[in-house]
Design a protein around this ligand. Structure first.
Ligand SMILES: NC(=O)c1ccc[n+]([C@@H]2O[C@H](COP(=O)([O-])OP(=O)(O)OC[C@H]3O[C@@H](n4cnc5c(N)ncnc54)[C@H](OP(=O)(O)O)[C@@H]3O)[C@@H](O)[C@H]2O)c1
Length: 321
């Protein structure tokens, strides 16, 4: 089968299209014919082997998993002896993080890593969902405990998480502000953000505005800056950013809850947990993934470069033909 492989850490230039052996499912797995695979920050970090500490997982000198891609959508080609939930021909999607292998024509998956693909979505749209939508749901609802008509700010709103977050926030009639670079603000407004801020022009922690909930995908400030932008009783929840800053949010959270009566939390992704909820919202016409560009598997290098430069709006997805 065709796959895009990397055998050493580097930039998008180290990705190579190659013929490799088709994987064989274990008894409790299924083999999926991949139709689309989304790019995540996780792929971008694994490609470069950064931050260095992640090499304990990725492989110290060389990548152990040489085929990237964890958010996939496709069709079950074969089922292992003990696989019961899916049959050949079923259309599925899911997050195979930890396992990887989605930049390929076929990948094996455990049945618990997959869900039936929502009706009416393309494979590209379905592949855009797993990690970004789970982070949005878990950040806004599980950790953020968003309630009706609250004032919400999403920092880094123009990527995968923020484009799902606004569509979920609208169900709660939140007054939402989206922060991102100038080129993405029109798209943010079109998705339903009431207010938009260009982070290069304005620091949202210094406008004097305060929010009930802040969802951050790019934590790069001190915890105290975020506290300034929170209303009394408010919550700051982050899904990503600088490792040092995230560690401080995690460490100071319990102390701040006692001293300042505000909550600051890091979201730990629970992969695939809310695929069923997202499918309900999508099938009810309440949420639609935002997919940027059209790339084939052979264009994985170009797509990764586009993602790494941060120019994308929503999700970058490869079509596997
Ligand atoms: N917590 C967990 O368990 C877990 C699991 C998986 C992933 N993650 C993390 O979750 C995040 C995924 O977010 P995503 O998919 O939405 O990322 P994304 O698609 O890369 O979007 C990030 C957005 O932030 C913008 N941005 C960059 N610098 C910014 C700044 N200083 N201020 C405001 N906006 C800024 C980018 O735009 P420009 O480039 O145009 O500036 C981009 O639109 C990543 O940080 C990832 O590492 C966490």
């Amino acid at each position: 089968m065709k796959a895009v492989v990397f055998t050493r850490y580097g930039t998008a230039d180290v990705l190579e299209a190659r013929d490799v052996a088709r994987p064989v499912p274990r008894a409790d797995e299924v083999l999926v014919r991949v139709r689309a695979v989304a790019i995540n920050d996780w792929d971008w970090q694994a490609l470069q082997g950064i931050p260095f500490v992640n090499r304990l997982m990725f492989g110290l000198r060389r990548p152990k998993k040489q085929i990237l891609g964890s958010d996939i959508a496709g069709v079950v080609e074969a089922a292992g002896r003990d696989a019961r939930r899916f049959q050949p021909g079923d259309e599925v999607f899911g997050d195979l993080s930890g396992r990887w292998g989605g930049f390929a024509e076929y990948v094996c998956a455990g049945e618990s890593e997959l869900a039936p693909k929502p009706a009416g979505l393309t494979f590209e749209e379905a592949a855009a969902i797993p990690q970004a939508a789970m982070l949005a749901v878990q950040g806004l609802l599980d950790v953020g405990r968003l309630r009706q008509e609250q004032k919400l700010l999403v920092n880094g709103a123009g990527g995968g998480v923020g484009t799902f977050a606004i569509q979920i926030a609208r169900l709660y009639s939140a007054e939402a502000t989206g922060v991102d670079s100038a080129a993405k603000l029109a798209m943010l407004r079109s998705l339903g953000y009431d207010h938009v801020l260009d982070y290069a022009q304005e620091d949202f922690t210094r406008t004097g505005q305060q929010y009930d909930l802040i969802l951050d995908v790019k934590t790069d400030r001190s915890v105290f800056a975020y506290l300034r932008a929170l209303r009394p009783g408010g919550t700051y929840t982050t899904v990503g950013g600088s490792m040092g800053r995230l560690a401080r949010v995690a460490l100071l959270g319990p102390l701040i809850a006692v001293l300042r009566k505000k909550r600051v939390r890091v979201v730990g992704l629970k992969p695939n947990k809310d695929l069923g909820y997202m499918t309900e919202l999508i099938e009810a016409g309440k949420v639609r993934p935002v997919v940027d560009g059209r790339y084939t598997l052979e264009q994985a290098g170009e797509a990764m470069r586009f993602f790494g430069e941060g120019r994308h709006q929503g999700k970058v997805v490869l079509t596997v033909e």
